[in-house]
Design a protein around this ligand. Structure first.
Ligand SMILES: NC(=O)c1ccc[n+]([C@@H]2O[C@H](COP(=O)([O-])OP(=O)(O)OC[C@H]3O[C@@H](n4cnc5c(N)ncnc54)[C@H](OP(=O)(O)O)[C@@H]3O)[C@@H](O)[C@H]2O)c1
Length: 262
């Protein structure tokens, strides 16, 4: 695609599964002006997933780019290719994330485990956004959407709850590495918005809700719990992309118009 194209250029990291894939489908389908670039770690999977989107006859267009957010070399190569191919990015969706299971018998507070979680959930979006800043600024009114989790909210964790409150969920869910990584991502979002305050770039920390995906390897458990589809998470991202949440820029927002305390 020519860098002079009028298309709205959208990059989604971790777009070959779960929320990222549903978001790619929805954004490609929602407007002929959208060009969705699916960030992927694996070429075979990426090609199959691009075909799956195209088979839905979307109004917009779709392509993929190799992008492992744990790797500086991959980020650098992707930034270079995006610069050559598109020259700007209108929407960056930092969606790639992990919630790894500790090896049997080992604690989820081992250095290796914590580091793996932070590599993808924190260092990845920090370094990728930094590398893409010239392209983001080149689009004049760009949006950065950091896909976080309510589990990263320190205020909700500290809330004084009565025994019947469903919010006990927030205290009892295990996985301190994941929780800490999302708190850090929230700080990144607030910091990015502050750094970009003199530009037209808008940043959100977006919680997609607790939905059925392979995250943490517990799809079956999630299905049994009757959780919502990840398509609902994609809809929340579309709302931000379409400008419906512009007034909440810099915020920690949820789907369907809600927000969380930091
Ligand atoms: N599902 C939920 O209930 C929920 C709730 C709150 C927040 N979130 C957040 O939503 C985001 C998406 O999660 P999901 O539930 O859709 O998970 P998922 O189904 O496991 O998908 C995660 C995606 O991230 C990709 N990924 C993982 N590590 C990567 C890396 N180093 N570089 C690039 N891509 C990488 C995966 O790639 P492969 O396809 O190659 O495996 C996959 O496409 C995450 O940030 C997660 O923390 C999810």
């Amino acid at each position: 695609m020519s860098p002079n194209s009028e298309k709205q250029i959208i990059l989604i990291t971790g777009a070959t599964a779960g929320i990222g894939f549903d978001t790619a489908v929805l954004l490609a389908s929602s407007s002929p002006s959208n060009h969705v670039i699916m960030g992927a770690r694996n070429a075979t999977k990426a090609e199959a997933k691009v075909k799956e989107v195209q088979a839905k006859n979307p109004k917009g267009t779709v392509s993929w780019i190799e992008l492992d957010v744990d790797s500086d070399a991959s980020i650098e190569a992707a930034a270079k290719k995006l610069e050559q191919d598109f020259g700007r990015i209108h929407i960056l969706i930092n969606n790639a994330g992990v919630c790894p299971e500790p090896a049997s018998g080992s604690p989820d507070t081992s250095r290796e485990f914590l580091r793996a979680t932070f590599e993808t959930n924190v260092y990845g979006p920090t370094l990728l956004t930094q590398a893409l800043l010239p392209l983001i600024k080149a689009s004049k009114s760009a949006k950065v959407i950091n896909v976080t989790s309510g589990l990263g909210s320190i205020s909700m964790f500290n809330a004084d709850l009565d025994a019947s409150s469903v919010l006990h969920y927030f205290k009892d869910v295990q996985g301190i590495g994941y929780r800490m990584s999302k708190s850090a991502l929230n700080m990144l979002s607030a910091w990015q918005q502050y750094q970009l305050r003199d530009t037209a770039v808008k940043v959100w920390a977006y919680c997609p809700g607790y939905v059925v995906t392979d995250l943490g390897g517990d799809r079956e458990e999630r299905e049994k719990m009757g959780l919502e589809s990840s398509e609902t998470s994609a809809q929340g991202i579309l709302d931000i992309v379409e400008g419906k949440r512009d007034a909440e820029k810099g915020g920690f927002v949820t789907k369907r118009g809600g927000s969380y305390p930091w």
